[in-house]
Design a protein around this ligand. Structure first.
Ligand code: KG4
Ligand code: ZN
Length: 428
């Protein structure tokens, strides 16, 4: 069967098409198309994602991305328009589009020219995310589902991130349902979420912890802004922190001391010890996180430093050091709780997903700690760890297509498409 997936929950307009074949317990996936229009360049100018701006961009891009994906999948064919049929179809479409806030007349003009593609199910992200942004994908999905009479399947964005670890190559991959991978632990870290989820079996989720305030990606973005770095801040902070660590280890090997900044900007006589941020909730009994206090600690430090030298943020060494200490605090907290959960729930497989899973320091520290656990374990059972390929760490429609396939198999097809709504706070 072929599935078309639509993702517009935040700042990526994405459409993917996959072909799925089930042979016994093995399910093979062919990626026919996987297209993304990123809005990052636009949001960078404003220092973050504004929901209505994201919606406008999705509106602008979605049809183009849809056509691109159909063309890639060889499913794009134009047809001769039958005007009588067109008038009747337009009436139906107008009803859906009017109700669903997707008002582009252009859409009706364009869709009536395309021949019904060989797609067996349409799947769309219904939440969590920015509601105005989600509505664009949902309305689009409803309209094409109704117009071409193709079943519609809603998908939770977070379930998409869980499935994002499976595609390793560009074209195809296999999921073997008999593989002994459970219990699994999923650490989901993005701009909107920080969650630990125990997965007992296929699609059996139990959230054991989440952030009580800022998501980890959000904290990266906010701290980056404090340091005068552009949105999205995660990759920027990560780059600075990596350089700081590299410099530190080369200074260490040269002088036998890691305190490079003691001899740094003399005016401030800043020692490394002065920059140490808290590890919020690290020793709490639960698996919850909190990053807003950490963000405030960075803010206060910058304020104090600026009192001594208003140009302090011009100093690259200081910026790198703050980035490194911040990343250390975040990663240590995430790793500590993840490892604690692995032990308590006797986890066999750790999977990490979401934009922040691209962070190389987080990847390295998690791998190290899992390796230590495996080394000290008396049994031969080893814990496996999986990250998405770099391209799939952020939001994409391929992960929604895979999750959509599993939902379709569970007969989660929507009978009354008018009942599908955007749910900003949808939970797994
Ligand atoms: O999953 P995602 O693309 O979108 C959401 O659903 O939020 O995640 C985006 C977030 C942003 O906050 C971005 O700064 C962060 O992921 N991010 C990173 C890195 N790459 C992206 N954070 C830390 N280190 C990175 N290398
Ligand atoms: Zn996401």
């Amino acid at each position: 069967m072929r599935i078309l997936a639509i993702e517009t929950s935040c700042d990526e307009t994405a459409i993917a098409i996959i072909k799925v074949k089930k042979i016994g317990s093995k399910i093979s996936f062919d990626i026919l198309g996987n297209e993304i229009a990123s809005q990052i360049a636009i949001h960078t100018q404003y220092g973050g994602v504004f929901p209505m701006m994201a919606k406008r961009e999705h509106d602008k891009n979605i049809f183009h991305i849809f056509e691109k994906a159909l063309k890639k999948a060889n499913l794009y064919k134009l047809r001769v328009v039958n005007n009588k049929l067109k008038t009747q179809k337009i009436k139906e479409l107008e009803k859906i589009l009017e109700r669903e806030h997707y008002l582009s007349n252009n859409f009706i003009e364009q869709i009536t020219k395309i021949k019904k593609p060989k797609i067996d199910a349409i799947t769309v992200t219904t939440g969590p995310g920015l509601e105005p942004a989600l509505w664009v994908g949902i309305s689009f999905a409803k309209a094409i589902s109704k117009y071409w009479n193709i079943p519609l399947v809603p998908v939770n964005h977070m379930e998409g991130h869980v499935f994002s670890i499976f595609p390793k190559k560009d074209k195809n991959f296999v999921i073997n349902k008999k593989e002994k991978i459970f219990p699994m632990l999923s650490l989901l870290v993005s701009g909107g979420h920080t969650e630990l989820i125990v997965i007992k079996d296929w699609q059996k989720y139990k959230k054991i912890g989440q952030t009580r305030d800022d998501a980890v990606g959000e904290a990266f973005d906010k701290v980056a802004r404090m340091l005068g770095l552009p949105y999205p801040g995660g990759p920027q902070i990560s780059k600075l922190a990596t350089t700081a660590r590299r410099n530190e280890s080369s200074n260490f090997s040269r002088s036998g001391s890691s305190s490079s900044l003691v001899r740094g900007p003399e005016k401030l006589e800043l020692s490394l010890k002065q920059i140490t941020f808290p590890r919020p909730m690290i020793h709490s009994k639960n698996y919850d996180f909190s990053f807003s206090g950490l963000k405030t600690a960075v803010l206060y430090l910058i304020r104090d430093l600026q009192k001594k030298d208003s140009d302090i943020l011009q100093n690259d060494k200081i910026k790198k050091e703050i980035a490194k200490e911040f990343e250390d605090a975040v990663v240590e907290t995430l790793v500590f709780k993840t490892i604690k959960a692995i032990k308590e729930y006797e986890i066999k497989t750790l999977i990490v997903g979401g934009g922040v899973s691209a962070n190389t320091y987080l990847q390295k520290q998690l791998k190290n700690e899992v390796e230590k656990l495996n080394f000290s374990s008396s049994t031969t059972k080893k814990i496996n760890i999986h990250f998405p390929s770099q391209k799939l760490t952020g939001d994409n429609a391929l992960m929604i297509a895979i999750a959509g396939y599993f939902q379709y198999q569970n007969k989660k097809i929507i009978k009354n498409i008018n009942s599908i709504k955007a749910k900003g706070n949808l939970s797994l």
